[in-house]
Design a binder for this molecule. Structure first.
Ligand SMILES: *Cc1c(COP(=O)(O)O)cnc(C)c1O
Length: 414
């Protein structure tokens, strides 16, 4: 069953028509499919059968509590990057022993919190961070489990903003420096070496860079063993891409099988950190056409969602399919699908061939990952509601903000 399919011509989320969702919850509105999220996690967990493996969902892709809770209930762990994400996953029912903490800028306070609840591992990204973590752990009389995020310097061939495994990126420890830093870590009293970690980029459509990165990481694992440093887990990061338009995204099996083969026979627990792949195609952004403004050079369809809701097109030039909820008869023509925000970069799609009328509902597809989490209140626009569909049921999992919410934290001068 596809999460979003047509019934009698009308686009549905599972068994609920998007027309009904718009009527009940208003637009713009994020719509997620429970079934699609669970199926995506199952695909990873199935491949890991027979291995000591753990899927740690990268929370930054979509951090709604309902999404996190669904995944926690199915045994997923979490990859977090901030105190906010840590407290979200705990609130959603995560097991602390299934949380890994990534990110280049962990504060001392964040380290304290994570040590206090006893997370599985800190993915350390620099020598300076290692030193700080050792100090924080010492002050608490604790030992911090760590892996070093190693930068294997492979080209993931993705958008420069979401490529992370190259030397020029801010992430991780340079491959050549990793061995020495592990030796240093081994001498720190309040650090316990647990694993090794790498994450080479996002929206990867080719399985080859993952294998290339793993080969380099495994070579390092062997060098470390020669130094007497034995690791108990390897964290292969996230990054597996999805289909937005017509891309051939590898299936989970063809991505993981070559990696698992390389790992067979090693006494290493396997951690994965997928984000986009678990939620990207499980969500859409529902919007309504406010005005049509045909012109000499371009035709603008002004919709009620904007770049503050879905930033990816403006930020990365990303493509999202845009489809009518109820297709109408008539000659399609090319439309610029734009929002009301006062920026020329505020677009959701260029030159889309559609037959449109004011009032029509449009679904902006593949918006489950890096959608709501990147939305802002620019132009004092309230953030949209989020709805989770489960079969024939709908659940409002985040209410639409009110304008009062927007200035609740502000005050006038006395
Ligand atoms: C962003 C990120 C992920 C998830 O990336 P996806 O491309 O969404 O799978 C995993 N691990 C780390 C360290 C990340 O920064």
């Amino acid at each position: 069953m596809s999460a979003f399919a047509r019934r009698d011509g009308v686009l549905n989320a599972e068994s609920v028509s998007l027309t009904d969702i718009a009527a009940e919850f208003g637009t713009p509105c994020w719509v997620y499919s429970r079934h699609a999220i669970e199926a995506a996690l199952d695909e990873f967990q199935r491949e890991l059968t027979g291995f000591d493996g753990l899927v740690c969902y990268a929370v930054k892709a979509n951090s709604n509590l309902a999404v996190l809770n669904l995944l926690a209930r199915r045994g997923a762990g979490f990859d977090i990057v901030s105190e906010g994400e840590l407290r979200r996953v705990l609130n959603a029912g995560a097991d602390p022993r299934q949380i890994v903490f990534s990110g280049v800028g962990k504060t001392a306070r964040e380290m304290e919190l994570a040590l206090d609840i006893g997370i599985l591992c800190f993915n350390v990204e620099s020598a300076a961070e290692l030193e700080r973590l050792d100090g924080v752990a010492a002050a608490m009389g604790k030992t911090a489990p760590i892996s070093l995020r190693v930068n294997p310097d492979v080209d993931a061939k993705t958008h420069p903003y979401i490529s992370t495994g190259l030397k020029e990126n801010k992430f991780g420890v340079a491959y050549e420096d990793a061995r020495a830093l592990y030796r240093q870590a081994a001498n720190l009293a309040n650090i316990e070496i647990s694993g090794i970690d790498c994450h080479i980029g996002s929206q990867l459509l080719d399985a080859a860079p993952f294998a290339e990165a793993l080969d380099k990481v495994l070579a390092l694992v062997d060098q470390l063993a020669a130094d007497g440093i034995v690791l108990d887990h390897i964290d292969l990061g996230g990054g597996l891409g999805i289909r937005y338009r017509d891309e051939d995204a590898p299936n989970v099996k063809s991505y993981l099988q070559p990696l698992l083969q390389k790992l067979a026979g090693r006494q290493l627990r396997i951690l994965l950190e997928p984000g986009r792949r678990l939620v990207g195609n499980a969500g859409l952004l529902l919007t309504r056409v406010e005005y049509l403004k045909p012109g000499e050079i371009k035709n603008f369809a002004i919709v009620d969602a904007a770049m503050n809701d879905l930033a990816r097109p403006a930020l990365y030039g990303s493509w999202h399919d845009i489809v009518p909820v109820v297709p109408r008869a008539g000659l399609p023509m090319p439309w610029e699908i734009v929002g009301p925000v006062c920026e020329s970069g505020d677009f959701l799609g260029h030159g889309r061939e559609l037959a449109l009328a004011a009032g029509d509902l449009l679904a902006i597809m593949s918006a489950g990952a890096y959608g709501m989490v990147m939305s802002s209140n620019y132009n004092s626009r309230v953030r949209a509601a989020e709805v989770m569909v489960d079969g024939a049921q709908t659940h409002l999992v985040r209410r639409r903000e009110t304008v009062e919410d927007l200035y609740a934290l502000e005050c006038r001068l006395p």
